[in-house]
Design a protein around this ligand. Structure first.
Ligand SMILES: Nc1ncnc2c1ncn2[C@@H]1O[C@H](COP(=O)(O)OP(=O)(O)OP(=O)(O)O)[C@@H](O)[C@H]1O
Length: 384
């Protein structure tokens, strides 16, 4: 189709979405803040009328002192049937199951018609963790975040993942691109498109989900896997990416990834031995040998985070509630320190740091999503 024709169709589709959102109490702005395989995410405002009728929305936005939300519009008419019937309902039910945690993006409500499904989400306005790592790296002229900041972010991520696991949900696509930051620098776990119920403890899954760079070796080997242990592997990759600005194992082909994984991660001088120890504890080839969330939260590299000025709860992890800095099962919260949390506004065009071997956005820290279809043939599909 000619570009002009496509543009006209897009404009018409957008206007339809504006009307559909308005009919449901939201003012859709033309500002697109993200897109996925079958979705577009727009900035929007909730009307006062809508807030009066939706208690989730009202209670949360009152605390935030704004009325902005992110609306994810999924074109169910264009998406494959399997996506609309299986993955989208799973994403919605996982978001409902994990409501409500400070570090998990909240789903306020959904509405749908025969062509589209709309997800009204908590807005995380500062982009994703990958952009943040690249921006800070460029700013520091040194790849990766300061360990102190990485520790604070990991603390929140562990809190989010613990909440998901305790709610019976495994994420299965943990990666820097799916970790968003809000306007206070607070971490929000998002994109539950591959999430699933973990079901019975120790029950095994078999679907290959996520991105090769973050995928646990047992999944790359097509073995049945424990979803919680697979999420722990991804946490190790994310921590490595935060503190080094690189991916620990970077290969597109699963069998070559496995070769690198068996050799283990390499570390550059300057990273504390405690941090290296934690990463190694998570990046264990044998799933059962990996540190559990409680062990991560109480690891000696993590302990200063219990005193860190940040808003997070880890109360659901046994043994953590007794840590210093806790009261009534909550980590004492004070506003984030703006000088250290996110120094730079989201800049999509931020240059990758100019360091040899560095994997910035342009150099490959961003990882393509891989599914069974894409493992065999690099392709476009997102379904597993
Ligand atoms: N709540 C939110 N606040 C701000 N931006 C968001 C929010 N949710 C999603 N986005 C942006 O939109 C992009 C796409 O959203 P999301 O990852 O949920 O869609 P997806 O269809 O699952 O994408 P993919 O196909 O990449 O998995 C995200 O990468 C992010 O940049």
């Amino acid at each position: 189709m000619k570009a002009a024709g496509r543009q006209k169709l897009d404009q018409r589709a957008f206007l339809e979405q504006v009307h559909e959102c308005r009919d449901n109490g939201y003012l859709l702005s033309p500002r697109k803040i993200g897109s996925g395989a079958f979705s577009k995410v727009y900035l929007a405002c909730a009307t006062q009328e809508r807030m009066r009728h939706n208690s989730k929305l009202a209670s949360d936005l009152q605390g935030k002192r704004h009325t902005m939300v992110a609306i994810k519009t999924v074109s169910t008419a264009e998406a494959p049937v399997e996506f609309s019937r299986k993955f989208l309902p799973r994403e919605i039910s996982s978001l409902n199951a994990t409501y409500k945690h400070l570090n998990v993006v909240q789903l306020y409500e959904t509405f749908a018609n025969s062509r589209r499904t709309y997800l009204v989400l908590e807005l995380a306005a500062r982009g994703d963790l990958l952009e943040h790592i690249n921006t800070v790296s460029a700013h520091r002229h040194c790849p990766g975040l300061e360990e102190e900041e990485a520790r604070r972010l990991l603390w929140q991520l562990v809190s989010a993942v613990a909440h998901c696991h305790n709610s019976g949900i495994v994420h299965r696509d943990l990666k820097c691109e799916n970790i968003l930051l809000d306007d206070r620098g607070c971490l929000k776990l998002s994109d539950f498109g591959f999430a699933n119920r973990s079901g019975l403890k120790n029950s095994l899954l078999s679907t290959f989900c996520g991105s090769v760079a973050y995928t646990a070796p047992e999944i790359l080997m097509s073995k049945k896997y424990n979803g919680e242990q697979a999420d722990l592997w991804s946490l190790g990759v994310i921590l490595y990416a935060m503190v080094t600005g690189r991916l620990p194992f970077k290969e597109c082909q699963p069998h070559r990834m496995l070769y690198l994984i068996r050799r283990g991660p390499t570390f550059w001088p300057g990273l504390s031995p405690e941090c290296q120890d934690l990463i190694r504890g998570l990046l264990q080839l044998r799933p059962r040998a990996r540190l559990g969330l409680q062990q991560v939260a109480t690891h000696h590299w993590m302990l200063p985070a219990a005193h860190a000025p940040f808003c997070s709860t880890l109360s659901t992890i046994p043994g953590v509630a007794g840590l210093p800095g806790w009261a009534d099962g909550r980590l004492l919260s004070t506003p984030p320190d703006p000088s250290t949390v996110i120094r730079c506004r989201k800049t999509r065009e931020a240059p990758a740091p100019n360091v040899p071997g560095q994997c910035g956005a342009q150099r490959g820290l961003r990882s393509p999503k891989v599914t069974p279809a894409t493992v065999a043939t690099p392709a476009t599909g997102h379904l597993s």
